[in-house]
Design a protein around this ligand. Structure first.
Ligand code: 13P
Length: 255
């Protein structure tokens, strides 16, 4: 059985004070949520303060990125043990904005996944095609390359401790959402890739989130799809009530 995992990726939004406020609102809003795993990913700067706010609640802490080295001359970067010390549970890895603007590759995604797992945190591995790739018939080849790259060298047990976020790049921040069918087809394809790598049992156990303009109005339809096990939410996670409007339809969905 798979967990529904719904995470708010706050991206480069909210000051520390604003983050603390929103985190407190999310904690209050999610207090009766039982079956969905809820996580929020503030900026690095706000993580330590937000950790204090979510401590003892049912809201998990996520980071938006990590570096794969332990320490050293990597200006601007943050290591996995620094995140671990603060109490981070999930780390978003390979987001399309990282891939597009900051040179993230399938190889660096893989290094980050391994490092995060070695410290007992759970990677949320982001994959997804651009509009050009989809239009030119490369959807499956892009997803295959990204999944094979991210999971390179991971055992079946390692794979069980991952979450995937399928985020079609053309749906991110655009207001355009993949239709329920488009999303379901891509998710089923990704689960098939996992089955090829690790067999059916592992593939059926990994939560695959959808991301890309997910909001209260479309969440129920997307979450009802057989292979959609949650969401990675940008804009709609910046307000507690709209975030809760996405989490609530996920309650009591058994996959
Ligand atoms: P939006 O929900 O703003 O489209 O962002 C999705 C996303 O990139 C989450 O990681």
């Amino acid at each position: 059985m798979r967990k529904i995992v719904i995470a708010g990726n706050w991206k480069m939004n909210k000051t520390v004070a604003e983050s603390v406020k929103l985190a407190a609102e999310v904690v209050a809003a999610a207090k009766d949520i039982k079956t969905v795993t809820v996580a929020i990913a503030p900026t690095y700067l706000a993580l330590a303060k937000v950790a204090e706010v979510v401590a003892g609640s049912n809201v998990k802490l996520a980071a938006q990125d990590v570096h794969w080295e332990n320490q050293g001359a990597f200006t601007g970067k943050v290591s996995a043990d620094m995140l671990k010390e603060i109490g981070v549970d999930f780390v978003i890895i390979g987001h399309s904005e990282q891939r597009t603007y900051f040179g993230e590759t399938d190889a660096t995604v893989n290094k980050k996944v391994r490092k995060v797992q070695s410290l007992g945190m759970t990677p949320i591995i982001c994959i997804g095609e651009t509009l050009d790739e989809r239009k030119s018939g490369q959807l499956e080849s892009v997803l295959t390359r990204q999944v094979n790259g991210a999971y390179d060298g991971l055992s079946g047990d390692d794979a069980l401790r991952t979450v995937i976020a399928y985020e079609p790049v053309w749906a991110i921040g655009t207001g355009v959402t993949a239709s329920d069918d488009e999303a379901q087809q891509a998710h089923a394809f990704v689960r098939g890739l996992l089955a090829t790598l690790y067999g059916d049992h592992v593939a059926q156990s990994i939560s695959i989130q959808y991301g890309g303009s997910m909001k209260p109005e479309n969440a129920a339809g997307l979450l009802a799809q057989a292979d959609i096990d949650g969401g990675l939410i940008g804009g709609a996670a910046l307000k507690a009530d709209s975030f809760l409007g996405i989490i609530t339809p996920g309650e009591s969905l058994n996959k």
